[in-house]
Ligand binder design. Sequence first.
Ligand SMILES: [Zn+2]
Length: 280
Amino acid sequence: MPPVTDTRDKYRVGSLELVVLSDGTFRLDAGAVFGVVPRPMWEPVVDDLDDHHRTSLGLNCLLLQSDGKTVLIETGVGDKGRKSWLASPLEQGNLLSDLAAHGLRTEDVDIVINTHLHADHCGWNTRYLPAEQGGLAAGHESDDKRLMPTFPRARYLAENVTPLEESGRLELVEGETRVTSEVVIIPSPGHTEHHASVVITSGGAAALYVGDIAQHRVQLERTAWVSAFDVLPLVSLETKRRLMERAVQENALVISVHLPFPGAGRMTMTPEGRRRWQPL
Ligand SMILES: [Zn+2]
């Protein structure tokens, strides 16, 4: 995969600088993205359908420094070659190249936060050992014992990732959990039972990394538009309503993993009282 150097974007939240990094783009069946919403309703709002009725999804990860710690939220699909679940191959992107383009090494990352453990959110948590360290030749990637943590100094926050657990780097969190004085993990169930989002605050400003509560902006605007991937759709609906009300009230910068890069915007209200996504 070619290095990506032109897909970073920066936002200021109080005294913090937030950098969106990309692990690429993939295409997914739009009918699955929109779940029970009838096609005549969703088709007019999807402007990038391909011949197979697929829409493009971003893989937006977020990097910031807080309390002297380098925090990375989400790690994309990674490079372990298990992409059969994807409807199409990645079109571009490599999180590690993007990290390097920002002048950071993997060992500079102190904390990794995963909103949940679907394969497109924690892929770069681990990678295969290089051959000189006992790694296997290409084609033998299925041996999990050869996996190692990608970010060797990081404190991982995730549900269950065996190589990280074995190396003592896995920390499970439950409920609202403060990571630094400016970064707090909050429960946002629905997509998965324990899906989490991240609130970032500084100097009276706020950002919400909402994770996988939506794959398309219209799902943030219309609460009832829940994806077929959400395991608890009614809970998902309530979570979206709560988070988007908060985003409007706090005029928060919202970052969504699967919206087109960089996936950042603000949720506003129209004079008619409808939510409207304003991309940045
Ligand atoms: Zn996802």
